[in-house]
Design a protein around this ligand. Structure first.
Ligand code: FNR
Length: 183
């Protein structure tokens, strides 16, 4: 069976990002017919519609990786109660030129980690709004609003004991969602 190749988009460029740690750890809970690759978004230029006809190499790479994937996994930080600009920039790039969006139809999961108790809930709601417009079917439940606390990850960088049950359930639902909606 052809594996389910998933593009992982992390909404933080920070070296020690909790969200990148989560992206690295949570994919280990997926079955073996799923493979995950984090797409690079930190080297994309600021989106400028004037460049649609002549995109940068980094933009072509991003669009190619999204197009080649069968599903999406967004793991994002929350900045000022919304999604970080670097994530919106990447989404805008791969949505254009008009009519040539790479996102359409790719089933997605959304999760995020923040230091605040609301666990990126506002950012995720904003992201869901954007993804709905882009025709991305997005897993509704369970929601994953995660607070960065001692023990979230173990020393090896895996999900800690207190969160493993919930995140395994999340992954099981995500896997079923992708299988249901993937082309
Ligand atoms: C934040 N942070 C934050 N946290 C939160 O829960 N809600 C918020 O609205 C914000 N806003 C915000 C804005 C900006 C500009 C920064 C730099 C930070 C804190 C944020 O949760 C924390 O920095 C996380 O560590 C970011 O995720 P990464 O980079 O660790 O993945």
């Amino acid at each position: 069976m052809e594996p389910y190749r998933i593009a992982v988009i992390v909404g933080s460029l920070r070296k020690d990002s909790f969200n990148r740690m989560m992206a690295n750890a949570v994919v280990k809970l997926a079955p073996s017919d799923f493979s995950f690759k984090q797409v690079q978004i930190g080297d994309l230029p600021l989106y400028n519609q004037d460049d649609d006809a002549n995109p940068a190499e980094s933009v072509k790479r991003l669009k190619g990786e999204i197009t080649a994937s069968r599903g999406l996994l967004f793991v994002t930080a929350e900045y000022n109660r919304s999604i970080p600009g670097i994530l919106k920039n990447a989404i805008d790039h791969a949505s254009r030129p008009y009519g040539q969006s790479a996102w359409a139809g790719k089933p997605a999961g959304v999760m995020g980690v923040s230091v605040g108790a609301t666990g990126t809930s506002m950012a995720q709601q904003h992201l869901r709004n954007v993804l709905a417009y882009l025709d991305v079917p997005t897993l509704g439940q369970p929601e994953a609003y995660i607070q960065a606390k001692e023990g979230l990850f173990d020393e090896a960088g895996n999900i800690g004991a207190g969160s493993i049950k919930f995140l395994q359930k999340w992954m099981d639902h995500y896997v079923a969602w992708v299988k249901k909606h993937a082309a």
